[in-house]
Design a protein around this ligand. Structure first.
Ligand code: FDP
Length: 343
């Protein structure tokens, strides 16, 4: 038959990955498939935003001290509802919930742990800017079953993630994922209701031309961070500077653009709280999954001094500074932040 060849479905792809792993039981495939169903439901609601009574704030403040939007709540509920009965998880953690989420006793438990940010970039919900769902999956290391004792299994460095990825609800809906064998992107064909392979083996350029950072925070940055941003903005034809600036304020959207085009996303530590300089983004639910994706695509992620994936998490909602994207650009950022370079 003539015409453009249609890419394989995400389900076929996951099964194909599973066949490459002789020890695989299918548990992982079940888990990802259920997550995809949850994302399709979230996508449907995101597309309705503006029509339904789902925009706006709930009036609650989440564990991060941020206003909870109705769609945040919806996405958080849907993921939990779909994932509790899949039988492959021992617990979950969501950016919106202070504590670990247990699997109720009526459902079977498994050996995987799901961490997720149900709706990243939520301040953009009301204004039709792309938002997304980020996820990371660990395998349980201990034999513990009680929720109180599972925290150690959850607080694993990102290097131990067995899969990670995101869904971006944008001009089209895309799922990008890795199980440690490259990064692949699938676009949702609404008429078919399936994610079909559209971006096989994504590779991020070693160097980009884009910086993505909220420069409104300039006054809260230390000298090293300011010197870094100033560097990217200086004119120098040999290194292709100045870089161009792109920042929409949705991590998934900013990350996805830079993954495809090359560049660096930065959310540096700032001094908004002078006693405790910190980044804004969360290690477990945001930085680690994207760090796994970017490394699998040939890029790099750092907190300014060490690879994100090497950080030993101390708490569930730990925040980190984040420099992520093209390898050479992120390595350069490390030189500035460590103080090895000033201009
Ligand atoms: P949001 O607060 O809208 O949920 O994860 C938080 C996040 O968005 C990221 O998606 C985004 O990159 C960042 O915060 C934006 O923060 P600023 O508004 O401080 O730039």
């Amino acid at each position: 038959m003539a015409g453009k060849k249609i890419g394989m479905t995400i389900t076929e792809h996951i099964l194909r990955e599973q066949r490459q792993n002789p020890g695989a039981t299918g548990a992982f495939t079940n888990l990802l498939n259920e997550l995809i169903v949850a994302a399709k439901v979230i996508n449907r609601e995101v597309n309705k935003a503006g029509l339904a009574e789902i925009l706006g704030k709930t009036g609650r403040v989440n564990v991060q001290g941020e206003q909870v939007q109705k769609l945040d709540d919806f996405a958080n509920d849907i993921i939990q509802q779909r994932m509790v009965h899949v039988g492959e998880l021992c617990c979950m953690a969501s950016e919106e919930d202070a504590d670990l989420i247990d699997i109720p006793p009526q459902y079977p438990k498994g050996n995987y742990i799901l961490l997720f940010d149900p709706l990243d970039g939520s301040s953009n919900i009301d204004v039709n800017v792309s938002i997304g769902t980020i996820f990371g999956i660990y395998r349980k290391q201990s034999r513990e079953t009680s929720l109180d004792l599972l925290m150690k299994d959850v607080l694993q460095p990102g290097r131990r993630l067995v899969a990670a990825g995101y869904f971006i609800y944008g001009s089209s809906t895309i799922m990008v994922y890795t199980t440690g064998r490259g990064v692949h992107g699938f676009t949702l064909y609404p008429s078919v209701g399936e994610f079909l392979l559209s971006h096989e083996n994504i590779r991020i350029p070693d160097r980009g031309r884009i910086i993505s950072v909220n420069e409104g925070n300039y006054v809260f940055w230390d000298e090293k961070t300011r010197a870094l941003i100033d560097y990217f903005k200086k004119r120098d034809s040999a290194t292709g500077r100045p870089y161009t600036s792109r920042y929409v304020g949705s991590l998934v959207a900013d990350f996805h653009r830079n993954l495809l085009k090359g560049g660096i996303f930065m959310y540096p530590a700032d001094l908004k709280n002078p006693d405790k300089p910190s980044g804004k983004l969360r290690l477990m639910c945001e930085a680690n999954p994207l760090a796994m994706v970017v490394e699998q695509a040939g890029g790099y992620a750092s907190d300014g001094s060490q690879p994100i994936l090497e950080i030993q998490p101390m708490e569930l909602h730990q925040r980190v500074p984040l420099y992520i994207g093209s390898k050479e650009d992120v390595k350069l950022a490390e030189q500035f932040i460590r103080g090895d370079r000033k201009s």
